[in-house]
Ligand binder design. Structure first.
Ligand SMILES: N[C@@H](CCC(=O)N[C@@H](CS)C(=O)NCC(=O)O)C(=O)O
Length: 212
């Protein structure tokens, strides 16, 4: 199976995460940001991630991919989900894109291998994020908003090896967001969050993103 992905994409990381947890071999194909044809020829529109089955059939929707991979062999995501964790993930997502989006194009990521690909990202994000420099200049304000949410998250972490004590979809909800926000130089995770991040990232063996 092959996953079309961007390195910075948290939904892609969610799929990579279940494959890594299960030791399932997943071929990773990085799509350069301006390679729209790589996506449209498969599914008729720009969207990432795309999971391509061995027979060439494409699958969309990261949760569907997670369920599909988890159902191969012995399922790993056996723990219950908690609405508190989904609510905290939503709260984080209200803040973190303003920190991460203006940084991704500064990072040496494979989807921005060429200047054209990097500029393609900047241009297509222009409507939602018209001034990336301004957002970066507001980093301290966004971090101040994020800090209490991370403190709340710290109180909800049962074990460094699984947010609810047993691996569940909640781990695939939260770890990708932590990996994304960790691009922000100067972000400090509360101790329990940092322990969880380090333990989970160590377990799955996928590298963190560079910082800016
Ligand atoms: N519900 C979809 C959402 C997919 C999605 O929104 N992907 C974003 C990247 S994270 C995307 O394709 N953006 C358009 C683009 O990159 O041009 C899923 O979970 O897979």
């Amino acid at each position: 199976m092959r996953l079309l992905m961007f390195e910075h994409c948290s939904l892609c990381f969610r799929v990579r995460m279940i494959a890594a947890l299960k030791g399932f071999p997943l071929e990773e194909q990085i799509v350069e940001d301006d390679d729209t044809a790589a996506m449209t020829t498969l599914v008729g529109r720009r969207v990432i991630p795309i999971l391509v089955m061995d027979d060439g059939t494409p699958m969309l929707e990261s949760w569907k991919m997670v369920d599909y991979i988890d159902a191969i062999g012995v399922p790993m995501l056996t723990g219950a989900e908690r609405s508190e964790i989904a609510a905290l993930a939503d709260k984080m997502l209200e803040i973190t894109p303003f920190l991460t989006m203006p940084r991704y194009p500064l990072l040496p990521l494979p989807e921005f291998r060429t200047i054209a690909a990097r500029d393609h990202f900047i241009v297509r994000k222009r409507e939602a994020y018209p001034d990336l420099t301004l957002l970066r200049a507001q980093t301290k304000e966004f971090l101040a908003k994020l800090s209490p949410v991370l403190e709340e998250l710290a109180d909800e972490i049962a074990e460094p090896t699984a947010i609810n004590g047993t691996l569940s979809r909640d781990d695939l909800r939260v770890l990708p967001l932590l990996r994304s926000m960790a691009v922000v130089e100067g972000l400090t995770m509360p101790r329990r969050v940092a322990e969880y991040f380090d333990a989970m990232m160590g377990r799955i063996g996928i590298s963190v993103l560079p910082q800016a």
